[in-house]
Design a protein around this ligand. Structure first.
Ligand code: ADP
Ligand code: ADP
Length: 228
């Protein structure tokens, strides 16, 4: 079952900056996919198009049966409800507890407070941080804050998680903890798409899609990232 399908997708930014060109890529439900490649390769642009933050200029992109190029603005909240986003610029609210930060997406969808609290706590347990629920973000390490971001992304039970460089600035041990949190949700059926230039993460990948200057170069599918 294709969850995400790019067909001949190209996208330029103003001034004719080519971000991605002629992308053909199908991601199945429940897959764990790394988008790899150097800075500027187009990884973030692919993630942003899946979330309808950017739209393709040409080609078609289907996400969970919806055509991104044709989605009306009223349809975007429905699309996003099915997506857990871990974007680079999104940080935790410093003056809210960890629990309150994880509860935020549930308020947006109108979940009652007591249910939101118990679901946010359950999500914090899944990322190994239940004892930090009542701490404030600045008292957590960067690695712990990233795991909170994973909990916040998953709390609405999305079908897809998109993460943009989720291990940037983390040491090996913390990077693997963040990755373990993501693979846990994949094993529960969530489709995970992770943009990274950190090749040391690749061992657990279902699939690695290499991008370079906006083009898809090749796809590897063995556990160690050998070329398929
Ligand atoms: P990556 O995530 O692999 O670093 P991006 O998708 O961020 O790559 O960028 C792809 C190309 O598009 C780069 O040349 C980048 O400079 C350009 N780009 C990205 N975002 C914008 C933007 N908002 N406006 C103009 N150019 C952009
Ligand atoms: P709850 O049923 O209260 O949400 P669970 O223990 O089942 O608690 O799950 C804990 C957290 O993990 C929840 O926030 C949930 O969003 C997330 N989660 C667990 N399983 C899945 C799944 N299959 N798909 C998406 N999210 C999941």
């Amino acid at each position: 079952n294709a969850m995400i399908q790019f067909q001949n997708v190209s996208k330029c930014y103003p001034d004719n900056i080519v971000a991605v060109q002629d992308i053909n890529l199908t991601i199945e439900q429940g897959e764990f996919v790394f988008l790899a490649g150097p800075s500027g390769a187009g990884k973030s642009t692919l993630l942003k198009m899946i979330a309808a933050i950017e739209r393709p200029d040409t080609g078609t992109l289907q996400v969970n049966g919806q055509e991104i190029g044709q989605i009306k603005s009223a349809g975007i909240p429905f699309l996003r409800r099915n997506l857990g986003l871990i974007l680079q610029q999104q940080s935790l609210l410093r003056d809210r507890t960890i629990l309150e930060n994880v509860m935020l997406p549930l308020f947006v969808t109108g979940t009652p407070k007591s249910e939101a609290e118990s679901r946010a706590l359950a999500a914090l347990e899944k990322v190994g941080l239940p004892d930090r629920a009542f701490s404030l973000p600045p008292s957590l390490s960067e690695g712990e804050q990233q795991r909170v971001a994973v909990a916040r992304a998953i709390v609405n039970r999305p079908q897809i998680i998109l993460a943009d460089e989720p291990t940037a600035n983390l040491d090996r041990a913390n990077a693997s903890r963040v990755l373990e949190a993501l693979t846990f949700f994949q094993s529960a059926g969530v489709t995970c798409i992770i943009a990274t230039h950190d090749e040391q993460l690749f061992t657990k990948a279902d699939r690695i899609v290499f991008l370079d200057r906006g083009r898809l170069r090749h796809t590897a599918s063995s556990a160690k990232g050998k070329q398929a």
